[in-house]
Design a protein around this ligand. Structure first.
Ligand code: NAP
Length: 301
């Protein structure tokens, strides 16, 4: 049975992806930050499909030490129950903010959760992904278009705009997927981004202020149910031969921003490595059994 890790699997799009993948026979490891939401999600999946293979892990992925801890728990699980192999990692957890808020490392929260958490988790699970010739799927957004990465102030400390921070984090999802493909496609790993469209979830109603809450409540009324984008993740996981594209919407390739270049992808990779205190090893050196799990400390930038 193929094992898939999904972050943000306790509600919204991630929960639907967990439901559909368990129905299709995958062993799903969901990550969520709230015990109550994870238990509720697990009960929902099992009540519809008592044979579903679903296990939840708790972690606040906003904090790097939590990403590292849960990655180590999952690696242990994979070594014991899945021959050390991870077939797919879906970096989906995300948030919206109304104000400049930081993590314990001092990083802007949307950048930290929407981009850096997936970057660090993928690094930690890379040996298991390499072993399975696995797939990495990011949840992106159409909103990445019409924006550039603010290289000289990536946390937007000088002039904070929460929408710009969100859009930039979604641009980073695609740059990271490209960076992974540039480095590891020849070694069997494929990375993708799913654009879910406008989806009826509560993302803009969590930890946001009155205005963002109100705008999102009105906007999400026009959204599709999470089952709609969930099909695209299932499509990318089910294909025996990994599809060639990078950015997918409704199971089809879609155009993305011209900011997605090798130069920008490399630049983001190096910056993210520094912000996470890690160094992705060269694919030729990286064999699962040799990979070091050492985390070298975090540098606030
Ligand atoms: N909804 C849309 O229209 C839309 C459009 C484009 C892209 N997206 C992207 O889709 C992804 C999923 O969003 P959604 O719309 O499904 O929203 P959602 O229902 O709020 O789901 C977000 C998930 O991430 C989890 N999460 C939030 N903060 C976390 C943290 N610190 N640590 C661990 N997990 C955390 C949430 O847990 P809880 O259950 O505890 O809240 C939830 O499981 C995001 O990356 C978002 O940017 C959404």
């Amino acid at each position: 049975m193929k094992t898939v890790v999904i972050t943000g699997a306790s509600s919204g799009i991630g929960l639907e992806v967990a439901r559909i993948l368990t129905r299709k026979g995958f062993n799903v490891l969901g990550i969520g930050r709230s015990e109550i939401n994870c238990n509720r999600a697990e009960e929902k999946i099992l009540s519809e499909n008592p044979d579903a293979k679903i296990t939840y892990f708790l972690a606040d992925l906003m904090q790097q030490r939590e990403v590292i801890r849960v990655a180590e728990e999952i690696t242990l699980y994979l070594n014991q129950k899945s021959n050390g192999e991870l077939y797919a990692l879906i970096n989906n957890a995300g948030c919206v903010r109304s104000w400049y808020m930081t993590t314990e490392e001092g990083y802007e929260q949307q950048f930290a959760l929407n981009h850096l958490a997936g970057f660090l988790l993928t690094y930690k699970l890379l040996p298991a992904l390499i072993k399975a010739h696995g797939r990495v799927i990011m949840t992106g957004s159409e909103s990445h278009k019409g924006i550039k990465v603010h290289w000289d102030d990536v946390m937007l400390r000088c002039r904070y705009n929460p929408l710009t921070a969100y859009k930039q984090s979604k641009l980073c999802n695609i740059l990271f997927a490209k960076g992974l493909n540039d480095r590891y496609a020849a070694h069997g790993i494929r990375a993708y981004v799913v654009d879910p469209g406008l989806v009826k979830t509560d993302i803009g109603n969590k930890e946001t202020g009155f205005l963002v809450n109100l705008i999102w409540t009105l906007r999400k009324m026009h959204g599709v149910p999470p089952e709609v984008p969930a099909n695209t993740y299932a499509f990318l996981c089910k294909q025996e031969t990994p599809p060639d594209g990078l950015y997918y919407y409704l199971c089809k390739e879609k155009d993305y921003s011209r900011q997605i270049t090798r130069e920008n992808a490399d630049r983001l990779f190096e910056l993210s490595e520094r912000l996470c205190g890690i160094k992705y090893e060269s694919p030729v050196c990286l064999r699962p059994e040799q990979h070091s799990s050492k985390h070298e400390g975090v540098m606030v930038k």
